[in-house]
Design a protein around this ligand. Sequence first.
Ligand code: ATP
Ligand code: MG
Length: 291
Amino acid sequence: MAETRHLLEVRNLVHEYPGSAGKRAVDDISFVIREGETFGLVGESGCGKTTTGRMLVRLLDITSGSVTFDGEDITHLKGKELLAFRRQAQIIFQDPYASLDPRKKVRDIIAEGIDIHKLAKDKADRDDQVSRLMASVGLRPEHLTRYPHEFSGGQRQRIGIARALATRPRFVVCDEPISALDVSIQAQVVNLLREEQRKRGLTYLFIAHDLSMVKYISDRIAVMYRGRIVETGPSNLVYNHPLHPYTKSLISAIPLPDPETERERRRIPYAGEGLEGSLQEAESEHFVLMK
Ligand SMILES: Nc1ncnc2c1ncn2[C@@H]1O[C@H](COP(=O)(O)OP(=O)(O)OP(=O)(O)O)[C@@H](O)[C@H]1O
Ligand SMILES: [Mg+2]
């Protein structure tokens, strides 16, 4: 396989929230995301996934470390350059209820990026772009004058997806895009994201709590624990041959489909071991935190 280009390179990334007294929400993480791939980021609540995603699209300041995007250092971009980068890097938010302004019509929510980046020639072009986006995410274009509360959770997440796609980005952070949705519609939203990725050649950072779903959609995965990456590698290797005790514990928590074996399943406890050292390549492209 030909070596794929790195769209993002993340080096020694740190985030410390103001007033957190030296506690790092993200504590020195490094990884690359290849053009066109889905890179999964998993770990339990509070481990630093959203903080990481928001730094990568420059919605949150980078305390230290660096991020390059398509070869350009975007860590400290300001003004026009920051705006130009933001057009290319969008985010779908974790909570489809809190992330849509309740006073705005769907048309204006979806058109936010079109307006900010001046991507429409005139009003007719703007409306046309919004209608196409709505159709592509499976919303009825005649609903464009409705308000967010008139939509279900799944439809709201489709609005969030349309808003993210409106600027024609190259990179999208999908921050737990389905965890707030009914199980019955989760697969539809994942399929929509995959379909758009294929059509548009998008690169995704896909954030999730557990490995059971991300392993299907991600090419590679990083497992986070308390602000650090403890293991990273191709999805099938991380899932089928976990090396770090935390990853083993996380996988042992996934319910099994067969009731017979599910009855025998035991959660492997994790007591915080193996957090010293650095990421080292244990097998081809598979890295684990060790001394
Ligand atoms: N605005 C903030 N101010 C201070 N601390 C914060 C803020 N947002 C998050 N944190 C803290 O930073 C750490 C990482 O939070 P983050 O939201 O990145 O975790 P997460 O992995 O996305 O969790 P979840 O799975 O629940 O979404 C947590 O300890 C959290 O309490
Ligand atoms: Mg989060």
